[in-house]
Design a protein around this ligand. Structure first.
Ligand SMILES: Cc1ncc(COP(=O)(O)O)c(C=O)c1O
Length: 382
């Protein structure tokens, strides 16, 4: 019997990895499940992107190993995208690192900067990978609560009262998943000042800035230098390319080089056509987002009706591709999700999977057709 590594004692298999097996088994047994659980866009990537990918396949060197830092053209496209959409100037040679999705970046950043015993500030509720990966690398997670009363933003007064001497890194994620909260200039400035004061690397995870969000923002815009901040970004949600596994990390040359040291020992570059397609996506005009958001807006309207019919309450000003709702009094998030699954064959994500502050909430995804959302709503009255 070979014992698994001790580091696995403190992490669970990812919730959706196990739960979606159960949902698929229900579907296979003939239950008409409507999946409003995951944030995997069902819409198609831009057609020009698929054409670029096809054409790139015919490039004679397409099937060879690609540069560890990504192709020069893809990095240039990322720099142009940051300039055009966030008004952030980045050096494409040194301050950008293409990634296979932003999720892998969370591991690479953690391996590059965290030693055993270091502490990491992790949002509660938040994307579960931040805490899981911190534990995998032997760091200790220190949760910071996000609360509905304070707009799901960090409470700096409370943070300042803590002993922060061992904290090395802080994960932030605005527009926020799962709550849909949006950060403005003031919050980013406070985060940057907080990081500087306590020598904490602030990493903003920014995959949702173009979905139902009036003003896409990057934390990088608010700092005079990139020394203490990094930003993850992704094409998964913005361009409906979650299965492509393509994203990026931006930061100072020094910090990017630390992450590169990890990454060059873990993979051998990204498939050339994926990078060519992604570069095409990043160069599309604003119109792409406008059209996507028209669809998401209509879906959100229907999801709001569904939530209201279920007596869930929610704030109106949420960005991103979810609706985060409070479940009716007397329900747990898990109990409510099981009830929806059993009674109406609707699957949604229970808030507890995002941390204790997510208990009492449920997350509906907009990654389902308007028709299916209406169908889900009709099931409540049938
Ligand atoms: C907050 C957050 N960060 C990162 C990711 C991972 O995205 P990617 O597909 O780029 O790995 C997700 C995906 O759901 C997410 O919600």
């Amino acid at each position: 019997m070979i014992a698994q590594a001790n580091r696995l004692d403190h992490v669970e298999e990812y919730y959706f990895s196990t739960k979606l097996k159960e949902v698929r088994a229900l579907q296979d047994s003939g239950q008409p499940i409507i999946n409003l659980g995951v944030g995997s866009p069902d819409l198609q990537p831009p057609p020009q992107v698929m054409t670029a990918l096809h054409q790139a396949l015919l490039n004679p060197s397409a099937h060879q190993y690609q540069p560890y830092r990504g192709t020069n053209d893809f990095r240039k496209a990322i720099a142009e995208f940051y300039k055009n959409f966030y008004n952030v100037g980045l050096n494409h040679e040194t301050e950008i690192l293409p990634l296979m999705g932003s999720k892998e970046g969370i591991t690479h950043i953690s391996m590059a900067f965290l030693n055993e015993g270091d502490e990491v500030l992790v949002p509660n509720p938040g994307y579960p990978t931040y805490a899981a990966v911190s534990r995998l690398v032997g760091a200790s997670t220190v949760l910071y609560d996000l609360k509905e009363e304070t707009g799901w933003l960090p409470d700096f007064e409370e943070l300042e009262k803590r002993d922060l001497s061992k904290v090395k890194l802080m994960w932030v994620n605005y527009p926020n998943m799962p709550t849909g909260a949006v950060a403005k200039k003031e919050l980013f400035e406070k985060l940057i000042a907080f990081g500087k004061k306590h020598s904490i690397l602030i990493v903003n995870d920014n995959p949702y800035s173009f979905i139902l969000n009036e003003e896409p923002e990057s934390i990088l815009k608010y700092s005079s230098d990139l020394k203490g901040i990094m930003e993850l970004n992704s094409l998964s949600k913005s361009f409906n390319m979650s299965g492509w596994r393509i994203g990026m990390l931006c930061g100072s040359e020094k910090n990017i080089n630390s992450v590169l040291k990890v990454k060059t020992n873990m993979d051998s570059g990204m498939f050339f056509p994926l990078q060519a397609g992604a570069a095409m996506a990043l160069r599309l005009p604003q119109e792409w987002f406008r059209e996507q958001n028209k669809i998401y807006m209509r879906r959100k309207e229907e999801i709001r009706k569904l939530a209201t019919a279920l007596e869930c309450s929610f704030s109106e000003d949420q960005a991103g591709m979810f609706l985060w709702c409070k479940v009716p009094e007397g329900n747990t998030s898990e109990g409510f999700v099981e009830h929806l699954l059993k009674e109406y064959h609707i699957f949604a994500a229970p808030g507890f999977i995002f941390g204790s502050q997510g208990e009492g909430y449920i997350r509906f995804s907009l990654c389902a057709s308007e028709e299916n959302i209406i169908k889900a709503c009709n099931r409540l009255t049938a």
